[in-house]
Design a protein. Structure first.
Ligand code: NAP
Length: 332
């Protein structure tokens, strides 16, 4: 069976170039970190992927370790590509990464050439495709020389197994060095993937200006602060929410009264603007000229649809930005 994609898929989504590269990304991209592994219902995952593509979300982001179990999110997308989206491969940007622990022993973690290149081969096998569009180093490795890690990314691109190289979770100084090395190797860094949301504004200090001046794109991950900048928790902790699940990255104890007070105030601004809080949170990240795309997660198609509409949000006024800053305070 092949999915018949909506003919309207490019009608509303807007696209932005990754820095000074030729690669255009949708302003809203979909990540498969949660809810796409073997233990998630496949039909829901499939519905989200097909529904996203129908809305012009052409970019799906993975890593070798997304699941659980690790690797199974790549297998899920592989199944959907085989069954439904294969004919649309040239309309899709598929990324994956290596950098966190993936298999036992000294060669299944961090940033050696040995790990990165074998991991990419395994990712391609799980996805059932010949190349990924972007291959990232997932996090800095304090022990492997950066030259070796960047050399492995360059090799991935030269071999045709990746079209572009990217880095994730690198600080400003390491980013400058990595970008210079990749440029020297003739395989420029097109994309950096840092955390950025109303709850985590660290990139505003230096990284965004480094990326702008180096001509590197920025795709902001967890722009909804894993759900803490949406209306998801306004009425308590739903049993099917991330905070209620086993994820160590979001616990009910993270949903403090102080956090929920801010969420209510931000929700008020969103309502005045005629949009959902998720849409406001995404428009707020997208206001930065250096940000190419926001990389959302979702547990159901309705969330993908709600977030996709943020690409067409009216710009935030100076007064709205001032009010948001006042609510966020110094700790987001
Ligand atoms: N490079 C890295 O180190 C790194 C690290 C983390 C993430 N990432 C990437 O970033 C992607 C997104 O991360 P994330 O899932 O943490 O992102 P997020 O967008 O901050 O949070 C997603 C969660 O917010 C809730 N949500 C989404 N849309 C909503 C809406 N319209 N209304 C109400 N609630 C909504 C859902 O929670 P429920 O599940 O509770 O419904 C969803 O699972 C990942 O899939 C991955 O590709 C990369």
């Amino acid at each position: 069976m092949t999915h018949q994609a909506a003919s309207s898929r490019y009608a509303t989504m807007s696209f932005q170039r990754c820095g000074r590269s030729g690669l255009l990304l949708p302003r809203v991209s979909l990540g498969l970190w949660h809810n796409f592994g073997e233990r998630a219902p496949h039909e829901v995952a499939r519905e989200m992927l097909l529904g996203a593509f129908d809305l012009g979300i052409t970019h799906f982001d993975l890593a070798n370790n997304y699941g659980p179990p690790p690797g199974s999110a790549e297998e899920t997308l592989g199944r959907v590509l085989r069954r439904d989206l294969g004919p649309y491969r040239d309309e899709l940007v598929v990324s994956t990464k290596a950098g966190y622990e993936m298999w036992p022993g000294p060669y299944g973690n961090f940033g050696s050439r040995k790990y990165l290149l074998s991991s990419l081969d395994r990712s391609l096998a799980r996805l059932g495709i010949d190349y990924v569009d972007v291959f990232y180093h997932h996090r800095p490795d304090p022990e492997t020389p950066l030259e070796e890690t960047m050399g492995a990314l360059a090799q991935a691109v030269r071999s045709g197994k990746a079209l572009y190289a990217g880095i994730s979770n690198y600080g400003a100084a390491d980013t400058r060095r990595a970008v210079a090395m990749l440029r020297e190797l003739g395989t420029p860094c097109v994309l950096h993937q840092p955390a950025y949301s109303m709850l985590d504004r660290q990139v505003e200090r230096e990284l965004l200006s480094v990326l702008a001046s180096e001509g590197v794109g920025c795709i902001a991950f967890s722009p909804l602060a894993r759900g803490r900048r949406t209306d998801r928790y306004l009425g308590g902790v739903p049993s099917d929410s991330r905070a209620a699940g086993p994820s160590p990255f979001l616990r009910p104890s993270d949903l403090t009264d102080a956090l929920l007070t801010k969420v209510r105030s931000l929700d008020g601004i969103a309502r005045e603007r005629g949009q959902s809080l998720a849409q406001l949170a995404l428009a707020w990240v997208l206001r930065q000229p250096a940000v190419t795309s926001v990389l959302i997660g979702a547990s159901r198609l309705a969330q993908v649809q709600d977030c996709a509409a943020a690409a067409g949000s009216p710009p935030l006024t100076a007064e709205e930005l001032r009010r948001i800053d006042a609510i966020l305070g110094t700790d987001g």
